[in-house]
Design a binder for this molecule. Sequence first.
Ligand SMILES: C[S@@+](CC[C@H](N)C(=O)[O-])C[C@H]1O[C@@H](n2cnc3c(N)ncnc32)[C@H](O)[C@@H]1O
Length: 473
Amino acid sequence: MSSPARQLLALISTSLSTLENTCAEKGFNIPDLHAAFDPASEAFRADPVAGEAANVLGAAALQLAAIFLPPHVSLYHNVSGYVRSAATRVCIESNVTEILREGGPNGVHVNDIAAKNGLDPRKIGRFLRILANHHIYREIKPNVFTNTRISSMLDTLKPTAELFAHPEQKHENTPGLTAMTCHHLDEGYKSAAYTWETVSDPNTTDDTTDSPLSRWTGRKETVWDFYQRPENLDKYKRFNIGMHGVKALQPSDVCLKAFDWKSLAKGSVVVDVGGGLGTACLPVAREYPDLQIIVQDLPTVIENAKELWQKENPGALESGRVKLEAHDFFQPQPHRGADVFLLKQVLHDWPDASCVPILRHLREAASPTTKLVIMDILIPFACHDPGAHLGREIPGAVPKEAPPPLLANYGAVNELAYNADLTMLIFANAQERTVVEMDDLLRRTGWELTVVHRRNEDNTFSQSMEAIPVEKL
Ligand SMILES: C[S@@+](CC[C@H](N)C(=O)[O-])C[C@H]1O[C@@H](n2cnc3c(N)ncnc32)[C@H](O)[C@@H]1O
Protein backbone atom coordinates (compact mmCIF):
# COMPACT_ATOMS: atom_id res chain seq x y z
CA MET A 1 0.00 0.00 0.00
CA SER A 2 1.51 3.35 -1.01
CA SER A 3 1.67 6.28 1.42
CA PRO A 4 -1.26 8.73 1.65
CA ALA A 5 0.91 11.34 -0.09
CA ARG A 6 1.55 8.97 -3.04
CA GLN A 7 -2.17 8.10 -3.22
CA LEU A 8 -3.00 11.81 -3.30
CA LEU A 9 -0.40 12.41 -5.99
CA ALA A 10 -1.89 9.58 -8.05
CA LEU A 11 -5.37 11.13 -7.68
CA ILE A 12 -3.98 14.47 -8.84
CA SER A 13 -2.26 12.90 -11.81
CA THR A 14 -5.24 10.87 -13.03
CA SER A 15 -7.70 13.70 -12.37
CA LEU A 16 -5.58 16.19 -14.28
CA SER A 17 -5.41 13.84 -17.27
CA THR A 18 -9.18 13.36 -17.14
CA LEU A 19 -9.73 17.10 -16.89
CA GLU A 20 -7.38 17.91 -19.76
CA ASN A 21 -8.85 15.21 -22.01
CA THR A 22 -12.45 16.22 -21.26
CA CYS A 23 -11.70 19.90 -21.81
CA ALA A 24 -9.92 19.15 -25.11
CA GLU A 25 -12.78 16.93 -26.26
CA LYS A 26 -15.56 19.36 -25.29
CA GLY A 27 -13.83 22.64 -26.13
CA PHE A 28 -13.42 23.97 -22.57
CA ASN A 29 -10.35 25.87 -21.44
CA ILE A 30 -8.43 24.95 -18.30
CA PRO A 31 -8.68 28.04 -16.02
CA ASP A 32 -5.78 30.50 -16.19
CA LEU A 33 -4.97 31.92 -12.73
CA HIS A 34 -3.47 35.05 -14.25
CA ALA A 35 -6.35 35.90 -16.59
CA ALA A 36 -9.26 38.14 -15.56
CA PHE A 37 -12.25 36.13 -14.37
CA ASP A 38 -14.75 35.35 -17.06
CA PRO A 39 -17.90 33.34 -16.18
CA ALA A 40 -17.39 31.30 -19.37
CA SER A 41 -14.11 29.98 -17.94
CA GLU A 42 -16.20 28.08 -15.37
CA ALA A 43 -18.25 26.28 -18.03
CA PHE A 44 -16.23 23.06 -17.68
CA ARG A 45 -17.56 22.58 -14.14
CA ALA A 46 -21.05 21.82 -15.46
CA ASP A 47 -19.63 18.75 -17.21
CA PRO A 48 -19.95 15.92 -14.63
CA VAL A 49 -16.62 14.29 -15.55
CA ALA A 50 -14.61 17.53 -15.68
CA GLY A 51 -16.34 18.93 -12.58
CA GLU A 52 -15.58 15.80 -10.55
CA ALA A 53 -11.96 15.73 -11.75
CA ALA A 54 -11.51 19.37 -10.68
CA ASN A 55 -13.04 18.64 -7.25
CA VAL A 56 -10.77 15.63 -6.67
CA LEU A 57 -7.73 17.64 -7.85
CA GLY A 58 -8.53 20.50 -5.49
CA ALA A 59 -9.27 18.24 -2.50
CA ALA A 60 -6.09 16.21 -3.03
CA ALA A 61 -3.92 19.33 -3.42
CA LEU A 62 -5.30 20.81 -0.20
CA GLN A 63 -4.79 17.52 1.68
CA LEU A 64 -1.20 17.30 0.40
CA ALA A 65 -0.60 20.84 1.66
CA ALA A 66 -1.98 19.81 5.07
CA ILE A 67 0.52 16.93 5.15
CA PHE A 68 3.58 18.87 4.08
CA LEU A 69 3.15 22.39 5.49
CA PRO A 70 4.40 22.90 9.04
CA PRO A 71 1.30 22.36 11.21
CA HIS A 72 1.61 25.80 12.80
CA VAL A 73 1.47 27.37 9.31
CA SER A 74 -1.72 25.43 8.55
CA LEU A 75 -3.10 26.36 11.95
CA TYR A 76 -2.34 30.03 11.41
CA HIS A 77 -3.95 29.93 8.01
CA ASN A 78 -7.16 29.67 10.05
CA VAL A 79 -6.20 31.59 13.18
CA SER A 80 -5.15 34.61 11.08
CA GLY A 81 -8.31 34.61 9.00
CA TYR A 82 -9.09 38.00 10.54
CA VAL A 83 -5.92 39.45 8.99
CA ARG A 84 -6.80 38.27 5.51
CA SER A 85 -10.41 39.39 5.93
CA ALA A 86 -9.24 42.86 6.99
CA ALA A 87 -6.84 43.11 4.04
CA THR A 88 -9.53 41.96 1.60
CA ARG A 89 -12.01 44.53 2.91
CA VAL A 90 -9.48 47.36 2.57
CA CYS A 91 -8.81 46.38 -1.05
CA ILE A 92 -12.50 46.12 -1.92
CA GLU A 93 -13.64 49.31 -0.21
CA SER A 94 -10.76 51.32 -1.73
CA ASN A 95 -11.43 49.98 -5.26
CA VAL A 96 -8.03 48.33 -5.73
CA THR A 97 -9.28 45.69 -8.19
CA GLU A 98 -10.78 48.34 -10.46
CA ILE A 99 -7.59 50.46 -10.26
CA LEU A 100 -5.53 47.40 -11.27
CA ARG A 101 -7.95 46.57 -14.09
CA GLU A 102 -7.55 50.07 -15.53
CA GLY A 103 -3.75 49.83 -15.03
CA GLY A 104 -3.51 46.96 -17.52
CA PRO A 105 -1.24 43.91 -17.69
CA ASN A 106 1.96 45.65 -16.57
CA GLY A 107 0.47 46.23 -13.14
CA VAL A 108 0.23 49.34 -10.96
CA HIS A 109 2.80 50.59 -8.43
CA VAL A 110 1.49 51.07 -4.88
CA ASN A 111 2.25 54.81 -5.17
CA ASP A 112 -0.07 55.03 -8.18
CA ILE A 113 -2.75 52.99 -6.40
CA ALA A 114 -2.45 55.42 -3.47
CA ALA A 115 -2.68 58.45 -5.77
CA LYS A 116 -6.12 57.17 -6.80
CA ASN A 117 -7.62 55.81 -3.56
CA GLY A 118 -5.91 58.10 -1.05
CA LEU A 119 -4.51 55.35 1.21
CA ASP A 120 -0.94 55.20 2.52
CA PRO A 121 1.09 53.42 -0.23
CA ARG A 122 3.23 51.51 2.29
CA LYS A 123 0.11 50.06 3.87
CA ILE A 124 -1.48 49.18 0.51
CA GLY A 125 1.54 47.04 -0.40
CA ARG A 126 1.25 45.10 2.84
CA PHE A 127 -2.46 44.39 2.39
CA LEU A 128 -1.93 43.30 -1.20
CA ARG A 129 1.11 41.15 -0.45
CA ILE A 130 -0.59 38.86 2.09
CA LEU A 131 -3.41 38.35 -0.42
CA ALA A 132 -0.88 37.71 -3.20
CA ASN A 133 0.40 34.78 -1.07
CA HIS A 134 -3.00 33.23 -1.70
CA HIS A 135 -3.11 34.17 -5.41
CA ILE A 136 -5.57 36.97 -4.77
CA TYR A 137 -3.62 39.72 -6.61
CA ARG A 138 -0.10 39.17 -7.96
CA GLU A 139 3.09 41.11 -7.20
CA ILE A 140 4.77 41.11 -10.59
CA LYS A 141 7.65 43.42 -9.59
CA PRO A 142 8.47 44.79 -6.13
CA ASN A 143 5.47 46.92 -5.09
CA VAL A 144 3.79 46.51 -8.49
CA PHE A 145 0.57 44.53 -8.41
CA THR A 146 -1.94 43.19 -10.86
CA ASN A 147 -5.18 41.22 -10.72
CA THR A 148 -5.61 37.48 -10.89
CA ARG A 149 -8.58 35.35 -11.83
CA ILE A 150 -9.55 35.46 -8.13
CA SER A 151 -9.15 39.19 -7.39
CA SER A 152 -10.91 40.14 -10.62
CA MET A 153 -14.05 38.50 -9.23
CA LEU A 154 -14.20 41.57 -6.95
CA ASP A 155 -14.52 43.89 -9.95
CA THR A 156 -17.67 46.02 -9.97
CA LEU A 157 -16.82 46.56 -13.68
CA LYS A 158 -17.30 50.32 -13.18
CA PRO A 159 -14.80 53.05 -14.15
CA THR A 160 -12.84 54.14 -11.06
CA ALA A 161 -13.80 57.79 -11.75
CA GLU A 162 -17.43 56.80 -11.20
CA LEU A 163 -16.65 54.76 -8.07
CA PHE A 164 -14.76 57.63 -6.43
CA ALA A 165 -17.35 60.23 -7.50
CA HIS A 166 -20.33 58.20 -6.18
CA PRO A 167 -19.12 55.79 -3.48
CA GLU A 168 -22.67 55.40 -2.16
CA GLN A 169 -23.69 53.85 -5.51
CA LYS A 170 -20.73 51.46 -5.68
CA HIS A 171 -22.83 48.28 -5.87
CA GLU A 172 -25.71 49.48 -7.97
CA ASN A 173 -25.90 47.85 -11.41
CA THR A 174 -22.98 45.54 -10.68
CA PRO A 175 -22.66 41.74 -10.89
CA GLY A 176 -23.24 41.68 -7.10
CA LEU A 177 -20.50 39.41 -5.81
CA THR A 178 -18.54 42.44 -4.56
CA ALA A 179 -21.63 43.54 -2.62
CA MET A 180 -21.87 40.08 -1.04
CA THR A 181 -18.20 40.13 -0.02
CA CYS A 182 -18.70 43.58 1.57
CA HIS A 183 -21.73 42.28 3.47
CA HIS A 184 -19.62 39.41 4.85
CA LEU A 185 -16.60 41.56 5.62
CA ASP A 186 -18.60 44.34 7.30
CA GLU A 187 -21.54 43.21 9.43
CA GLY A 188 -20.56 39.50 9.16
CA TYR A 189 -16.94 40.02 10.23
CA LYS A 190 -17.85 42.36 13.10
CA SER A 191 -20.57 40.04 14.42
CA ALA A 192 -18.31 36.97 14.12
CA ALA A 193 -15.96 38.52 16.66
CA TYR A 194 -18.71 37.98 19.28
CA THR A 195 -19.34 34.29 18.54
CA TRP A 196 -17.53 32.88 21.56
CA GLU A 197 -19.11 35.42 23.93
CA THR A 198 -22.53 34.43 22.54
CA VAL A 199 -22.26 30.64 22.55
CA SER A 200 -20.52 30.48 25.94
CA ASP A 201 -23.11 32.65 27.69
CA PRO A 202 -25.56 30.39 29.62
CA ASN A 203 -28.26 33.05 29.06
CA THR A 204 -28.06 32.63 25.24
CA THR A 205 -31.32 31.01 24.05
CA ASP A 206 -32.26 29.33 20.75
CA ASP A 207 -34.10 32.48 19.65
CA THR A 208 -33.03 34.13 16.42
CA THR A 209 -32.42 37.38 18.31
CA ASP A 210 -29.75 35.67 20.42
CA SER A 211 -27.11 35.78 17.69
CA PRO A 212 -23.56 37.11 17.67
CA LEU A 213 -24.95 39.90 15.43
CA SER A 214 -27.31 41.08 18.17
CA ARG A 215 -24.55 40.86 20.75
CA TRP A 216 -22.41 43.06 18.49
CA THR A 217 -25.21 45.63 17.98
CA GLY A 218 -26.25 45.43 21.64
CA ARG A 219 -29.94 45.02 20.66
CA LYS A 220 -32.22 42.01 20.89
CA GLU A 221 -33.13 42.07 17.21
CA THR A 222 -33.40 39.77 14.22
CA VAL A 223 -31.05 40.27 11.31
CA TRP A 224 -34.05 41.59 9.36
CA ASP A 225 -34.88 44.12 12.13
CA PHE A 226 -31.24 45.18 11.91
CA TYR A 227 -31.51 45.72 8.17
CA GLN A 228 -34.78 47.60 8.40
CA ARG A 229 -33.42 50.24 10.78
CA PRO A 230 -33.16 53.48 8.76
CA GLU A 231 -29.39 53.73 9.34
CA ASN A 232 -28.91 50.21 7.87
CA LEU A 233 -31.07 50.45 4.75
CA ASP A 234 -27.95 50.90 2.61
CA LYS A 235 -26.60 47.64 4.05
CA TYR A 236 -29.95 45.92 3.30
CA LYS A 237 -29.81 47.11 -0.27
CA ARG A 238 -26.19 45.92 -0.54
CA PHE A 239 -27.21 42.52 0.88
CA ASN A 240 -29.99 42.15 -1.68
CA ILE A 241 -27.68 43.10 -4.53
CA GLY A 242 -25.29 40.51 -3.07
CA MET A 243 -27.94 37.79 -3.00
CA HIS A 244 -28.47 38.47 -6.68
CA GLY A 245 -24.70 38.09 -7.11
CA VAL A 246 -24.63 34.74 -5.33
CA LYS A 247 -25.79 33.25 -8.58
CA ALA A 248 -22.20 33.93 -9.76
CA LEU A 249 -21.13 31.26 -7.25
CA GLN A 250 -23.74 28.79 -8.44
CA PRO A 251 -24.27 27.12 -11.80
CA SER A 252 -26.39 29.53 -13.87
CA ASP A 253 -29.16 26.98 -14.37
CA VAL A 254 -29.42 26.06 -10.69
CA CYS A 255 -33.06 27.18 -10.36
CA LEU A 256 -34.09 25.69 -13.68
CA LYS A 257 -32.77 22.31 -12.56
CA ALA A 258 -34.12 22.55 -9.00
CA PHE A 259 -37.50 21.17 -10.02
CA ASP A 260 -39.15 19.66 -13.08
CA TRP A 261 -40.94 22.91 -13.99
CA LYS A 262 -42.17 21.43 -17.27
CA SER A 263 -44.22 18.91 -15.28
CA LEU A 264 -46.53 21.79 -14.24
CA ALA A 265 -49.68 22.41 -16.26
CA LYS A 266 -50.23 25.72 -18.07
CA GLY A 267 -51.33 28.41 -15.60
CA SER A 268 -49.88 26.61 -12.56
CA VAL A 269 -49.14 28.90 -9.64
CA VAL A 270 -45.63 29.10 -8.18
CA VAL A 271 -45.15 31.17 -5.03
CA ASP A 272 -41.55 32.12 -4.26
CA VAL A 273 -41.82 32.71 -0.51
CA GLY A 274 -39.16 35.08 0.88
CA GLY A 275 -38.10 35.36 -2.75
CA GLY A 276 -35.88 38.43 -2.30
CA LEU A 277 -35.55 40.25 -5.61
CA GLY A 278 -37.04 37.22 -7.36
CA THR A 279 -33.65 36.13 -8.71
CA ALA A 280 -34.59 32.45 -8.54
CA CYS A 281 -37.69 32.97 -10.64
CA LEU A 282 -36.20 35.20 -13.34
CA PRO A 283 -34.92 32.26 -15.44
CA VAL A 284 -38.01 30.17 -14.62
CA ALA A 285 -40.32 32.98 -15.81
CA ARG A 286 -38.28 33.33 -19.00
CA GLU A 287 -38.17 29.60 -19.75
CA TYR A 288 -41.75 28.76 -18.69
CA PRO A 289 -43.92 31.74 -19.69
CA ASP A 290 -47.13 29.77 -19.01
CA LEU A 291 -46.55 29.71 -15.25
CA GLN A 292 -48.09 32.24 -12.86
CA ILE A 293 -45.30 33.35 -10.54
CA ILE A 294 -45.70 35.31 -7.32
CA VAL A 295 -42.57 36.59 -5.58
CA GLN A 296 -43.19 37.46 -1.94
CA ASP A 297 -40.91 39.34 0.43
CA LEU A 298 -40.89 42.25 2.87
CA PRO A 299 -42.10 45.60 1.46
CA THR A 300 -38.69 47.30 1.04
CA VAL A 301 -37.30 44.28 -0.80
CA ILE A 302 -40.34 44.13 -3.09
CA GLU A 303 -39.71 47.78 -4.03
CA ASN A 304 -36.13 46.85 -5.03
CA ALA A 305 -37.43 43.75 -6.84
CA LYS A 306 -39.65 45.95 -9.00
CA GLU A 307 -36.58 47.82 -10.26
CA LEU A 308 -34.85 44.53 -11.14
CA TRP A 309 -37.83 43.02 -12.98
CA GLN A 310 -38.52 46.30 -14.82
CA LYS A 311 -35.01 45.99 -16.19
CA GLU A 312 -34.77 42.23 -16.75
CA ASN A 313 -38.29 41.20 -17.75
CA PRO A 314 -40.76 44.12 -17.81
CA GLY A 315 -43.20 42.16 -20.00
CA ALA A 316 -43.77 39.57 -17.28
CA LEU A 317 -44.89 42.28 -14.85
CA GLU A 318 -47.05 44.10 -17.38
CA SER A 319 -48.87 40.92 -18.41
CA GLY A 320 -49.48 40.03 -14.73
CA ARG A 321 -47.76 36.62 -15.20
CA VAL A 322 -45.34 37.66 -12.48
CA LYS A 323 -46.52 39.49 -9.38
CA LEU A 324 -44.27 41.03 -6.78
CA GLU A 325 -46.09 40.97 -3.47
CA ALA A 326 -45.31 42.20 0.03
CA HIS A 327 -46.01 39.33 2.41
CA ASP A 328 -44.70 38.38 5.84
CA PHE A 329 -44.14 34.62 5.88
CA PHE A 330 -45.01 34.49 9.59
CA GLN A 331 -48.58 35.39 8.57
CA PRO A 332 -51.07 32.98 6.89
CA GLN A 333 -50.22 32.35 3.24
CA PRO A 334 -52.83 34.04 0.98
CA HIS A 335 -52.25 31.84 -2.12
CA ARG A 336 -54.10 28.73 -1.05
CA GLY A 337 -53.67 25.61 -3.16
CA ALA A 338 -50.64 26.91 -5.06
CA ASP A 339 -48.95 24.24 -7.17
CA VAL A 340 -45.48 25.01 -5.84
CA PHE A 341 -44.23 26.85 -2.81
CA LEU A 342 -40.55 27.64 -3.31
CA LEU A 343 -38.34 28.39 -0.31
CA LYS A 344 -34.88 29.26 -1.56
CA GLN A 345 -32.30 30.08 1.07
CA VAL A 346 -35.01 31.01 3.55
CA LEU A 347 -35.13 28.19 6.13
CA HIS A 348 -31.38 28.48 6.71
CA ASP A 349 -31.98 32.03 7.99
CA TRP A 350 -34.00 30.78 10.95
CA PRO A 351 -33.62 28.43 13.92
CA ASP A 352 -36.07 25.50 14.02
CA ALA A 353 -38.43 27.35 16.38
CA SER A 354 -38.99 30.02 13.67
CA CYS A 355 -39.02 27.60 10.71
CA VAL A 356 -41.97 25.76 12.25
CA PRO A 357 -44.52 28.61 11.76
CA ILE A 358 -43.17 29.39 8.26
CA LEU A 359 -43.65 25.77 7.18
CA ARG A 360 -46.98 25.37 9.00
CA HIS A 361 -48.46 28.42 7.20
CA LEU A 362 -47.48 26.85 3.87
CA ARG A 363 -48.85 23.46 4.93
CA GLU A 364 -52.17 25.08 5.91
CA ALA A 365 -52.38 26.75 2.48
CA ALA A 366 -51.36 23.58 0.58
CA SER A 367 -53.71 21.41 -1.46
CA PRO A 368 -53.05 17.64 -1.55
CA THR A 369 -51.06 18.10 -4.78
CA THR A 370 -48.97 21.09 -3.70
CA LYS A 371 -45.22 20.55 -3.86
CA LEU A 372 -42.86 22.29 -1.50
CA VAL A 373 -39.49 22.92 -3.16
CA ILE A 374 -36.68 23.84 -0.80
CA MET A 375 -33.35 25.09 -2.03
CA ASP A 376 -30.88 25.10 0.82
CA ILE A 377 -27.52 23.58 1.50
CA LEU A 378 -27.60 20.10 3.00
CA ILE A 379 -24.53 19.71 5.18
CA PRO A 380 -22.62 16.44 4.68
CA PHE A 381 -20.66 14.91 7.52
CA ALA A 382 -16.87 15.16 7.17
CA CYS A 383 -16.70 11.35 7.39
CA HIS A 384 -18.28 8.38 5.63
CA ASP A 385 -22.10 8.54 5.91
CA PRO A 386 -23.69 5.07 6.26
CA GLY A 387 -27.06 6.72 5.49
CA ALA A 388 -29.04 4.52 7.88
CA HIS A 389 -30.26 7.22 10.25
CA LEU A 390 -33.22 8.37 8.11
CA GLY A 391 -35.06 5.10 8.64
CA ARG A 392 -36.38 5.06 5.07
CA GLU A 393 -35.12 5.33 1.50
CA ILE A 394 -35.09 8.94 0.21
CA PRO A 395 -33.54 9.21 -3.25
CA GLY A 396 -30.50 11.50 -3.20
CA ALA A 397 -30.36 11.75 0.60
CA VAL A 398 -26.79 10.48 0.91
CA PRO A 399 -24.22 12.57 -0.94
CA LYS A 400 -21.66 11.13 -3.31
CA GLU A 401 -18.42 10.53 -1.44
CA ALA A 402 -14.87 11.36 -2.53
CA PRO A 403 -12.39 8.53 -3.18
CA PRO A 404 -10.04 7.68 -0.28
CA PRO A 405 -7.76 8.96 1.16
CA LEU A 406 -9.71 12.20 0.59
CA LEU A 407 -12.18 13.37 3.20
CA ALA A 408 -15.54 11.83 2.24
CA ASN A 409 -17.08 15.31 1.81
CA TYR A 410 -14.19 16.59 -0.39
CA GLY A 411 -13.06 18.75 2.56
CA ALA A 412 -12.42 22.43 1.94
CA VAL A 413 -13.42 22.10 -1.73
CA ASN A 414 -16.94 22.39 -0.33
CA GLU A 415 -15.99 25.05 2.23
CA LEU A 416 -18.69 27.47 1.07
CA ALA A 417 -21.38 25.20 2.53
CA TYR A 418 -19.78 25.14 5.95
CA ASN A 419 -19.08 28.90 5.75
CA ALA A 420 -22.74 29.46 5.03
CA ASP A 421 -23.75 27.30 8.00
CA LEU A 422 -21.72 29.31 10.50
CA THR A 423 -22.66 32.59 8.81
CA MET A 424 -26.26 31.66 9.59
CA LEU A 425 -25.31 31.09 13.21
CA ILE A 426 -23.53 34.47 13.35
CA PHE A 427 -26.37 36.48 11.78
CA ALA A 428 -29.43 34.68 13.06
CA ASN A 429 -28.59 31.90 15.50
CA ALA A 430 -29.69 29.78 12.51
CA GLN A 431 -28.14 27.00 10.46
CA GLU A 432 -27.77 24.95 7.33
CA ARG A 433 -29.13 21.49 8.09
CA THR A 434 -28.05 17.91 7.58
CA VAL A 435 -30.60 15.81 5.69
CA VAL A 436 -31.62 14.22 8.99
CA GLU A 437 -32.31 17.63 10.57
CA MET A 438 -34.28 18.77 7.50
CA ASP A 439 -36.34 15.57 7.42
CA ASP A 440 -37.18 16.01 11.10
CA LEU A 441 -38.19 19.67 10.66
CA LEU A 442 -40.46 18.81 7.73
CA ARG A 443 -42.16 15.92 9.55
CA ARG A 444 -42.91 18.20 12.50
CA THR A 445 -44.68 20.69 10.21
CA GLY A 446 -46.86 18.34 8.18
CA TRP A 447 -44.53 17.73 5.22
CA GLU A 448 -42.75 14.63 3.97
CA LEU A 449 -39.37 14.86 2.28
CA THR A 450 -39.62 12.76 -0.90
CA VAL A 451 -36.45 13.43 -2.89
CA VAL A 452 -33.16 15.31 -2.81
CA HIS A 453 -31.84 16.45 -6.19
CA ARG A 454 -28.06 16.58 -6.22
CA ARG A 455 -25.96 17.86 -9.04
CA ASN A 456 -22.98 15.68 -9.82
CA GLU A 457 -20.51 18.52 -10.05
CA ASP A 458 -21.55 20.14 -6.80
CA ASN A 459 -22.01 18.03 -3.74
CA THR A 460 -23.25 20.59 -1.28
CA PHE A 461 -24.13 23.97 -2.67
CA SER A 462 -27.01 23.62 -5.04
CA GLN A 463 -29.25 20.80 -3.99
CA SER A 464 -32.97 21.11 -4.01
CA MET A 465 -35.49 19.03 -2.09
CA GLU A 466 -39.13 18.22 -2.69
CA ALA A 467 -41.70 17.60 0.01
CA ILE A 468 -45.40 16.78 -0.15
CA PRO A 469 -48.13 17.44 2.42
CA VAL A 470 -48.84 14.57 4.75
CA GLU A 471 -52.49 13.88 5.39
CA LYS A 472 -52.78 15.38 8.83
CA LEU A 473 -50.90 18.19 10.46
C1 LIG B 1 -31.38 34.76 2.14
S1 LIG B 1 -32.62 35.75 1.42
C2 LIG B 1 -33.16 34.69 0.10
C3 LIG B 1 -33.85 35.45 -1.00
C4 LIG B 1 -34.26 34.62 -2.20
N1 LIG B 1 -35.10 33.50 -1.86
C5 LIG B 1 -33.05 34.16 -2.99
O1 LIG B 1 -32.65 33.01 -2.83
O2 LIG B 1 -32.49 34.97 -3.75
C6 LIG B 1 -33.93 35.64 2.59
C7 LIG B 1 -35.10 36.55 2.26
O3 LIG B 1 -36.10 36.41 3.29
C8 LIG B 1 -36.72 37.68 3.40
N2 LIG B 1 -37.50 37.76 4.66
C9 LIG B 1 -37.03 37.88 5.92
N3 LIG B 1 -38.05 37.92 6.80
C10 LIG B 1 -39.19 37.80 6.08
C11 LIG B 1 -40.57 37.75 6.43
N4 LIG B 1 -40.95 37.81 7.70
N5 LIG B 1 -41.44 37.60 5.44
C12 LIG B 1 -41.05 37.52 4.13
N6 LIG B 1 -39.75 37.56 3.74
C13 LIG B 1 -38.83 37.70 4.71
C14 LIG B 1 -35.57 38.63 3.34
O4 LIG B 1 -35.98 39.97 3.07
C15 LIG B 1 -34.72 38.02 2.23
O5 LIG B 1 -35.03 38.55 0.97
